[in-house]
Design a protein around this ligand. Structure first.
Ligand SMILES: Cc1cc2nc3c(=O)[nH]c(=O)nc-3n(C[C@H](O)[C@H](O)[C@H](O)COP(=O)(O)O)c2cc1C
Length: 340
């Protein structure tokens, strides 16, 4: 049978062998606290490549030390990070997968010692630290840090860059009126709240001509927050700026109760794909082959991102192929596992 899940997909000049993407997931495994790639990363990511995932997106990797969620995050703020990342890229590519990296800054959700920064001096919740409101200089330096990160990602050999603009981290804080109360040109109107992301995309595009994804939180789940419809004009802007795909997640700008069920974020990916006419990735409780195939076949998204299912089963693509009646190549070392 011809499935969409196991058919190749070309984006921004890169051809993926299938439409299965490993969603970025923090491993908090840099025990040296200096942002460098450790043994854990060199086992964890290549295992999913052996599992036949088409594109692996490495976890949120911080463009500044201050932008880390925790001290154990991966980093890309220094040229010293390039060698480890290059090794990781080589290991994953050797096993036949493409590899991307998520460039991130945690903003007010950073849990590292020292000052934390955000568009406005509003804590995430009462128990959180109050961030410093970013000055124009802070903004310029952070945009530059994203560009430096992109340049290093290119030097390390990544195939894809994803900008993390979701989950209530720095860029998302600029976009959402719930976290951005600025009075200057970076706050207020929707255009002004987009300005920071627009500058980050422009800066990244100056040094990166490969596939560029942006992950968004398409709903703040709050009456005064952003909805998926608010992201349609933003997605159009991103497309104009040369973004190839919007990876559509949701939530976490403010604490909120989210009603989750299989494919709960898929309608957001579908809306943005249709209304902004841009490729999207769907993510969130996608766990079976037929469920993934449905999303693709009904034109609801172009790629399916899997998170926790790939933590449970690094070889999920084999299970999905069996479910869909497709035979996919196994590494030669494992062929005996398929013969009885
Ligand atoms: C352990 C863990 C770490 C995560 N870290 C990140 C991250 O670094 N960046 C990100 O955008 N999302 C992160 N997420 C969210 C996942 O990428 C994904 O969007 C979410 O888990 C929903 O998909 P799922 O139901 O397939 O797990 C993380 C999720 C988990 C479970």
């Amino acid at each position: 049978m011809n499935t969409m899940l196991f058919s190749p997909y070309t984006i921004g000049g890169l051809t993926l062998k299938n439409r299965i993407v490993m969603s970025p997931m923090c491993m908090y495994s840099c025990e040296t606290k200096d942002g460098t790639v450790r043994t854990w990363h060199k086992i964890h990511y290549p295992a999913r490549a052996v599992g036949q995932v088409g594109l692996i997106i490495v976890e949120a990797t911080s463009v500044t030390p201050q932008g880390r969620i925790s001290e154990r995050d991966l980093g890309i703020w220094s040229d010293d990070h390039i060698a480890g990342l290059r090794e990781l890229v080589g290991l994953v590519k050797e096993q036949g997968a493409a590899i991307g990296i998520q460039l991130a800054h945690a903003g007010r959700k950073a849990e590292v010692p020292g000052e934390i920064i955000a568009p406005s001096a509003i804590p995430f919740q009462e128990s959180s630290r109050t961030p410093k409101e970013m000055t124009k200089t802070d903004i310029e330096e952070t945009v530059q840090a994203f560009q430096n990160g992109a340049r290093r990602a290119k030097e390390a050999g990544f195939d894809v860059i994803e900008i993390h603009a979701a989950h209530g981290y720095l860029i998302n804080e600029f976009l959402s009126p719930l976290a951005n109360r600025r009075q200057d040109e970076y706050g207020g109107s929707p255009e002004n709240r987009y300005r920071f992301l627009g500058e980050v995309i422009e800066a990244v595009r100056e040094v990166w001509d490969g596939p560029l994804f942006v992950r968004i939180s398409a709903s703040d789940y709050h009456p005064d927050g952003l909805t998926a419809s608010d992201y349609v004009p933003y997605a159009k802007r991103m497309k104009e700026q040369g973004v190839d795909l919007i990876d559509v997640s949701s939530g976490a700008v403010v604490p909120a109760r989210i009603d989750v069920y299989p494919g709960y974020q898929v309608p957001f990916a579908e809306l943005i794909r249709r209304e902004a006419n841009i490729p999207t990735g769907a993510v969130g409780l996608i766990t079976s082959g037929w469920q993934a195939e449905e999303v693709l076949r009904n034109g609801r998204a172009d790629l399916v991102f899997l998170g926790r299912e790939l933590l449970r089963n690094p070889y999920w693509p084999y299970a999905a192929a069996r479910e869909l009646g497709v035979s996919i190549e196994a590494p030669v070392q494992y062929e005996r596992g398929w013969r009885f």
